[in-house]
Design a protein around this ligand. Structure first.
Ligand SMILES: Cc1cc2nc3c(=O)[nH]c(=O)nc-3n(C[C@H](O)[C@H](O)[C@H](O)COP(=O)(O)OP(=O)(O)OC[C@H]3O[C@@H](n4cnc5c(N)ncnc54)[C@H](O)[C@@H]3O)c2cc1C
Length: 193
């Protein structure tokens, strides 16, 4: 309900508004699984609409079987170097950043070698090609060719990215957290005896 009111008020004021993906997926995932540094850097930028996200999950050979994704990333000094392709990138051409699921450990079981990395659309080596679907939906193919991003653009821990793309689990954890907070708020404090 709070989110609904927030969206209504933003629309009414014609204020610049973070995308649905930023508010419903990226911000909650950073809140739940990001490092303190991740939270300090990205949450204020999302709220100020300075960073807005499209989802870079699907790949040509990883759709329904998302854990089969193959976009590679290797650490080179203080930077990650990313190579791969992400089709079906809704709103990619309208946002500033890609919330990208990548494979950090090709030797681990599928779900365990995945991380999430934030890639600015304007980083050298990022190419977006617009595609229009039969349903008149504009989407994009995004290509990453030796794209370099700072080490801190990786969200949370390396190889723990599956948790950050599992929206159902994120929302469940958030609602449990909120419930616990409310229950604690209802407990009589010791000082009141
Ligand atoms: C309009 C639109 C916008 C999208 N936006 C985004 C986006 O912003 N970001 C993003 O990352 N992705 C996006 N997607 C991708 C989407 O969410 C799915 O990941 C993708 O459509 C599924 O992959 P695929 O097309 O390769 O199909 P496949 O995975 O090849 O599946 C094809 C068919 O086979 C079925 N199938 C697959 N595996 C099995 C199985 N083991 N058993 C039985 N049936 C199976 C599927 O149900 C489906 O009917 C978008 C898709 C659409 C249509």
């Amino acid at each position: 309900m709070e989110k609904f009111i927030f969206n209504e008020e933003f629309a009414y004021a014609k204020a610049s508004h973070p995308s649905g993906a930023s508010l419903s997926i990226v911000a909650p995932a950073i809140f739940m699984f990001g490092t303190e540094e991740n939270k300090k850097e990205w949450l204020p930028k999302i709220m100020a609409s300075e960073a807005d996200f499209a989802l870079g999950y699907s790949e040509p050979n990883a759709g329904t079987d998302l854990a089969g994704l193959q976009t590679t990333v290797v650490l080179d000094g203080d930077e990650w170097v990313i190579n791969g392709q992400k089709p079906w990138n809704t709103f990619g051409h309208k946002v500033t950043h890609q919330w990208t699921a990548v494979r950090t450990d090709p030797t681990a079981p599928k779900h365990k070698g995945i991380s999430v990395i934030i890639i600015p659309n304007n980083a050298p080596g990022v190419t977006l090609v617009k595609q229009r679907t039969w349903g008149n939906h504009t989407t994009n193919d995004v290509f990453f060719e030796n794209v370099r991003v700072p080490k801190n653009n990786l969200i949370g821990e390396v190889n723990q990215g599956w948790r950050a793309v599992n929206l159902k689990r994120i929302l469940k954890l958030l609602s449990e957290k909120e419930k616990n907070k409310k229950e604690k708020g209802n407990l009589p404090s010791k000082s009141r005896g």
